[in-house]
Design a protein around this ligand. Structure first.
Ligand SMILES: [Cu+2]
Length: 758
């Protein structure tokens, strides 16, 4: 029989019992290999050698191993009905119905106000704290530093004395456990009646099984996902503890116990960026210093006289700050960036959000000072109200026959789940008042793109406003009936006005984007198609139900209307373009990948990943955090073109550290839609397409990354290191590569430097 795309990826509920059983057996066999791989017992090279995966990264078509292999039980022909895009039998639903449980809001993390004077023990230091402690025998024994941040001046917190931490946040990466300290940040009447004092076990729905400690690893080990609230010029010291099992075998089949936490897309020094090769081990911590400054603060508005560049104080006023207010950012998230294990770790729960508040976007809709944009939020506190400002983490999951979280990393094209969750809850509902709400939508999937629209009870599309893209408020509010496709890691902030509904009405967020595999969206459906239930993709259709439950307790004072002015783009007209670079994202790379599975060092190996990146039309290279692909000069502006190497994929490319502006798609500015004309940090290339963008490199130094945010692609070599060339101390040229071990971080010279890097 010929395998069609559908046959490859979708089994149906109507498939024969024997076929389903076969697939379950195949899943189990694959899970055993995956477990061995994730625990370092076999390497990707071994898998290739044994013929279990091809050098292109696909699972070899061996019966009993791949559920896609044509079966003696297969019926052939086109498959329809509810599909199974996980490469495994459908996730059992245990009788759970959609929209039967409330959506929990994010869990707001407590902030300490004395980070240098007692909140944290030991007291944070600019240099990594290399105090020695015993290392678990499972990690090689001996002694090692208590902090995993690389030692020495190159990895010291930049400008620590200029921006001393004023807020502390302390969290642990931890095994799944019950949440007994849930703080939704608002009264339960704004949280669909959820009683925050009642213990919340770690489960994706009250009727689904509790997750085993090693099935889910989240911040503090609990759900809902965590929210940090910060404001400009109030530097945060985030002490991130790693309390995961020291034994790498204790992972329920996927996920790695080493982590590196990326604040996406913080304008901070590289030592705080979550560099993929600066990971830390169980029983260590890593101090991340997030100064939260406006970009350009060393050259623009240095005397802090511009009233638009300001941060909220605690009594309704603002404090002016240096920098360019056109660079003000809002909706961030942070997540793991562990080399070759990012997809597994983020999927397993290492994902949270970070709302940054400013005088413009202060999270108080009532303050009318001529600067505050008064976006939907609330009025009770001077800043950071969340009553009408709701973080939403979209991510599809899959679970095994026992309801435990499951991932198949052999999907090197990209992994898809078949159970849609919002804030880690399966298809929930959310109660709203008849007024405007802001929703901060994060795509926290591994490989799935979404396309969100709002449907009323008649199936009509309800217009709404988009106000931000990737944490950057637009120059002007845009009215839409459907969002664009939303790639992995993109954030779309929207405002929905529920005042047009009546109390008792319902409406829904609907996903219009259909996948058949992890390569790219297969189709953008119409609302009617998406609601018809005929898509083979179980994550198409309604995924969040809104209950309009009451009139607003107080008049809606928020402002949002079509065309409303927000943040104009920075003026780059007088800044020369110092360099142009091209990066091509493709497959068939030629350079050995550092064999981190075996040695945790760079330069060794011969391992080869399926994906790669070509710099300035050079050879297609596999990723290495030891290879320098670009080194822009400090203080300059460059133009980068990101080119899709073809092959029928889409790649959402993320460039760390600096916000960019898209100048052209496929070579033409006319191809850039309105919602991509602000600032961004993730650039969907579209199949065969290219994005040309411009960025400035300023304020901070060190080594950063650029990679596909389809995290399976990223983990399989579609990632490059770039760094700021400051021409000398304290930024050595080139920077030595960190090599973390539990006994301490050593440094080696870069493996390789692209000829056009410097
Ligand atoms: Cu990609």
């Amino acid at each position: 029989m010929t395998m069609t795309g559908n046959d490859r990826f979708f089994l149906t509920e109507h498939s024969s019992k024997a076929r389903i059983r076969e697939a379950e057996n195949a899943r189990r066999n694959r899970a055993e290999i995956l477990t061995a791989y994730s625990q370092g017992k076999v390497t990707r090279r071994d898998l290739i050698k044994w013929g279990l995966i091809t050098s292109a990264g696909a699972i070899a078509p061996i019966g009993g191993l791949s559920p896609f292999v044509p079966s003696m039980h297969a019926s052939g022909g086109v498959v329809t009905g509810n599909g199974i895009p996980t490469g495994a039998p459908p996730s059992p639903m245990f009788g759970v119905q959609a929209f039967s449980t409330p959506m929990p809001r994010f869990d707001v993390i407590a902030r300490g106000t004395n980070p240098l004077g007692g909140d944290l023990s030991p007291v944070p230091t600019a240099l990594s704290n290399q105090t020695q402690q015993p290392v678990d025998p499972a990690l090689g024994g001996g002694t090692g530093p208590i902090e995993g941040r690389p030692p020495g001046p190159i990895w010291a917190h930049q400008q620590f004395n200029l921006f001393p931490p004023r807020v502390s946040v302390e969290m642990s990466q931890a095994q799944a456990q019950t949440n007994t300290v849930y703080n939704p940040g608002c009264d339960s009447k704004y949280n669909s009646g959820i009683d925050p004092t009642s213990p919340l076990p770690c489960k994706f729905h009250p009727q689904l099984p509790t997750q085993d400690p090693n099935s889910v690893w989240t911040f503090n080990g609990t759900i809902p996902p965590k929210l940090i609230q910060g404001r400009y010029m109030e530097p945060i010291l985030f002490r991130h503890h790693n309390t995961l099992p020291a034994d790498v075998n204790q992972n329920n089949g996927f996920g790695r116990h080493t982590i590196s936490t990326h604040e996406h897309n913080g304008h901070h020094g590289a030592e705080n960026d979550g560099f993929t090769g600066a990971f830390f081990f169980p029983n260590q911590f890593y101090d991340y210093h997030w100064p939260i400054v406006l970009a350009g603060l060393l050259e623009i508005n240095t005397d802090a006289t511009d009233r638009m560049a300001a941060t909220p104080d605690d009594s309704g006023g603002s404090t002016k700050i240096p920098g360019d207010w056109h660079e003000t950012m809002s909706t961030h998230w942070f997540h793991d960036h562990m080399f070759t294990f990012t997809s597994q770790n983020v999927y397993k729960g290492n994902a949270a959000m970070f709302n940054i508040y400013s005088a413009l976007d202060r999270g108080n809709e009532g303050i009318n000072d001529g600067v505050n944009l008064r976006l939907p939020s609330g009025t009770a506190k001077s800043w950071g109200n969340v009553e009408y400002d709701v973080n939403l983490m979209l991510a599809e999951k899959a679970w095994d026959a026992n309801g435990q979280l499951f991932m198949d990393i052999f999907q090197f094209d990209g992994f898809l789940g078949d159970a849609m969750t919002v804030n880690l809850t399966y298809k929930p509902y959310f109660e709203v008042e008849r007024r405007k709400y802001r929703f901060r939508l994060l795509n926290a999937s591994v490989s799935r793109f979404f396309k969100v629209a709002v449907a009323d009870a008649q199936g009509n599309e309800v217009p709404f406003f988009q106000i931000a893209n990737d944490g950057n408020l637009f120059p002007n509010v845009i009215t839409l009936t459907e969002l664009d496709e939303q790639g992995i890691a993109e954030r779309y902030d929207i405002v929905v006005d529920f005042s047009k509904f009546n109390v008792g009405d319902k409406c829904w967020f609907v996903n219009l984007c259909e996948h058949q595999d992890g390569k790219k969206p297969a189709a953008d459906l119409t609302m009617a198609q998406a609601l018809s239930g005929t898509s083979a993709d179980p994550c198409v259709g309604k995924f969040l139900e809104f209950h309009i439950v009451r009139n607003p307790a107080q008049p809606d004072q928020s402002q949002c209307f079509n065309g409303m002015a927000m943040i104009p783009n920075p003026d780059l007209s007088n800044i020369p373009v110092a360099r142009e670079r091209t990066f091509t994202f493709g497959s068939g790379a030629s350079q050995p990948l550092p064999d981190t599975e075996e040695t945790f060092t760079t330069g060794a190996g011969g391992q080869k990943g399926p994906w790669g990146v070509s710099t300035d039309n050079g050879p297609m290279m596999n990723a290495s955090w030891g290879r320098i692909s670009a080194a822009p000069s400090y203080g300059t502006r460059e133009v980068w073109t990101l080119q899709n190497g073809g092959g029928g994929w889409d790649h959402p490319i993320h460039i760390h550290f600096e916000e960019g502006r898209i100048l052209a798609r496929n070579g033409s500015a006319a191809n850039v839609p309105a919602w991509e004309q602000g600032r961004k940090d993730v650039y969907r290339l579209r199949p065969g397409g290219s994005v040309t963008l411009t960025m400035q490199f300023r304020d901070w130094g060190g080594m950063f990354m650029e990679h596909c945010h389809n995290t399976v692609h990223e983990d399989n070599a579609m990632l490059v290191r770039w760094e700021i060339d400051d021409g000398g101390a304290p930024f050595l040229r080139p920077l030595p590569t960190p090599v973390p071990t539990p006994q301490g971080v050593t440094f080696v010279a870069p493996d390789d430097i692209a000829p056009t890097a410097f």
